[in-house]
Write a protein that binds this ligand. Structure first.
Ligand code: HEC
Ligand code: HEC
Ligand code: HEC
Ligand code: HEC
Ligand code: HEC
Length: 166
């Protein structure tokens, strides 16, 4: 069985990449708390204040309820949306945010490498987040877009750079 799987994998990975998928922007999903990037960035917060890229930095990270409550235990604490937020915080339950940008588990990606090393702006892959009341997926993270930028920057496009083929 193992041999068979290995052969199947080898055959698959010997192929050329599949045809490029056509990206269609996705509207913002309904979130458990109506969080606005526009409001928060306009009030002076930086992306990294909330998306700290903690080591090893693969993930940008979603801020904890404790960080939100640092302000919202006083700011707008009576608003229904903040009541809901503080409910999660009191129960020490993470807000079940609906993910917007998500790769299949089999693809490797690091924010640290792209943001700190390659100096790519957040907007290249996520659009004008600071202008959005609600966030939908407006940029493609399909393989063709990864590869086009790698070509442009003379970065590798070997299959095993992004896929674990072993
Ligand atoms: C080169 C493209 C690229 C750049 C630049 C980029 N991202 Fe991402 N981002 C992605 C991809 C791809 C995913 C999905 C990752 C996954 O599902 O494993 C993602 C996911 C995320 C997520 C949710 C998952 C997580 O990693 O915690 C957040 C939040 C995020 N990005 C914020 C940012 C911020 C803030 C910046 C700028 C500081 C940024 N991104 C720059 C491509 C990028
Ligand atoms: C640095 C302080 C600060 C932090 C941290 C912060 N916020 Fe806010 N938030 C604000 C300010 C300022 C407003 C605008 C208040 C107003 O309209 O007067 C706001 C407004 C809101 C509102 C709209 C409230 C309403 O109904 O009018 C929501 C919801 C909200 N924030 C959620 C969050 C969440 C979730 C987090 C954590 C991810 C967070 N905030 C972190 C300062 C902060
Ligand atoms: C006050 C905290 C805060 C700030 C500042 C902030 N974000 Fe976020 N971000 C969040 C929260 C909370 C979510 C989850 C809810 C949502 O998707 O709107 C999120 C979600 C995201 C996502 C989608 C993640 C996914 O895949 O689900 C991206 C991309 C992102 N932020 C990028 C940015 C960028 C770029 C900036 C700076 C321009 C920024 N954020 C500033 C709190 C923040
Ligand atoms: C804005 C241009 C750009 C985009 C878009 C981009 N990359 Fe990259 N990527 C680079 C550059 C430049 C490097 C080389 C960085 C270095 O070596 O300093 C790189 C390096 C890498 C590496 C090797 C470094 C490491 O982490 O081991 C991987 C893996 C990778 N990218 C995956 C992806 C994936 C997956 C996507 C699409 C979801 C993507 N990249 C989209 C520019 C980009
Ligand atoms: C720079 C990163 C990167 C490189 C290099 C790369 N891929 Fe991908 N690949 C991705 C990402 C991201 C996805 C998931 C998004 C998608 O389906 O486009 C993916 C998805 C796939 C899929 C599933 C597509 C589908 O339709 O479901 C196959 C098959 C694949 N890649 C094969 C390859 C082969 C073969 C190579 C080498 C020629 C390769 N990839 C090189 C990033 C990369």
């Amino acid at each position: 069985m193992r041999t068979l799987l290995f052969v199947a994998a080898a055959v698959m990975w010997a192929q050329a990449p599949p045809p490029a998928k056509v990206f269609v922007p996705k509207p913002a999903p309904e979130q458990p708390v109506p969080f606005s990037h526009k409001t928060h960035v306009a009030s002076g917060m930086q992306c990294r204040n909330c998306h700290a890229m903690k080591p090893p930095g693969d993930r940008a990270g979603i801020p904890s309820e404790a960080l939100c409550m640092g302000c919202h235990s006083s700011i707008k604490s009576d608003a229904p949306a903040i009541q809901k937020l503080s409910g999660f915080a009191k129960e020490k339950r993470p807000v079940p945010w609906v993910r917007v940008y998500k790769l299949p588990k089999t693809v490797y990606f690091s924010h640290e490498v792209h943001v700190r090393q390659a100096k790519a702006e957040c907007a290249v892959c996520h659009g004008p987040v600071a202008e959005r009341e609600a966030l939908g997926q407006e940029k493609s993270i399909y393989m063709a877009e990864c590869m086009a930028c790698h070509d442009q920057h003379k970065a590798s496009n070997k299959c095993d750079l992004c896929h674990d083929t072993h």
